[in-house]
Structure formats: structure tokens, C-alpha cells
Design a protein around this ligand. Structure first.
Ligand code: MN
Length: 134
């Protein structure tokens, strides 16, 4: 029997690791993803994200690049260096996007890139593109 999310929409069987230090953004992003049936695991910095990956294999990682303790650039580099984890798509989320950030994010291994402000709908479209498109 399919279990359902908090608002009753049927779970789609996909897990998203959301790495975001800003509580407000985390609530909004997690809320919309759960609404669309995704299971969401949250981490607030790069160290926590890698700890989560020791025990959970998400289908996709949404990685804020600006994080305390260990930033998203470094965490992405480390994840993409691990043969067991490197196939998990990582979508970078960045505020204050600067020219060249997207190229830099792709250079450390990010598979997708969203510049803040990110609308909840845009976030879901990007996740769907990775998980349903192929
Ligand atoms: Mn941040």
C-alpha cells in the first residue's frame, strides 16, 4: 500500500536530499516537494549532508552552495569523488548568482543549477526533469 505524505498526496517513491541552511527556504522547498509526493530528507550544511548519505541514498540532491561548516561547493566535490554516490544528480541552489557561478558549479560536479530567488514551481519542475525525464 502506498503511504501518503502529510497533505494526503500519494508518495511518488522518490527521495530528495535538501541541503539548505536557511530555515525559511528549507520549509518552503520541503513543503512544495512533499506536496508533489517526494520524500524529503533535510541537511543544513555540507557535513550533515555527507552524514545523511552514509545511511540514505536519495534520488537527487538539492545543494545550496552557500552553507556554514562545509559549503556546497566542497560537499559536491566530495560527493562526486565517491564512486558509490557520484551518479546521484546534484542541483545547485545559489543566491547572489554571479557571472560564471553556473560554470563553476558544473565544474565541481553539479548536474543542474538554479539561481535564487527560486519559485517553488521552478524547483519542482527541475527535480521532475531529472527524475521523470530520464
Ligand atoms: Mn545558504
Amino acid at each position: 500500500m502506498a503511504h501518503s505524505t502529510n497533505d494526503g498526496r500519494e508518495a511518488n517513491g522518490k527521495t530528495v536530499l535538501l541541503v539548505e541552511d536557511n530555515l525559511h527556504n528549507r520549509r518552503i522547498f520541503a513543503g512544495i516537494l512533499k506536496h508533489y509526493g517526494y520524500q524529503v530528507v533535510e541537511a543544513t550544511n555540507g557535513v550533515e549532508a555527507i552524514e545523511v548519505l552514509n545511511s540514505t541514498r536519495p534520488d537527487i540532491i538539492l545543494m545550496d552552495l552557500s552553507l556554514p561548516v562545509k559549503d556546497g561547493w566542497e560537499a559536491t566535490r566530495e560527493i562526486k569523488d565517491m564512486p558509490a554516490l557520484r551518479d546521484i544528480p546534484i542541483v545547485a541552489l545559489t543566491a547572489h548568482a554571479m557571472d560564471g557561478d553556473e560554470e563553476k558549479a558544473r565544474a565541481v560536479g553539479c548536474d543542474g543549477y538554479l539561481a535564487k530567488p527560486i519559485s517553488p514551481k521552478q524547483l519542482v519542475i527541475e527535480v521532475d526533469r531529472f527524475l521523470k525525464g530520464h
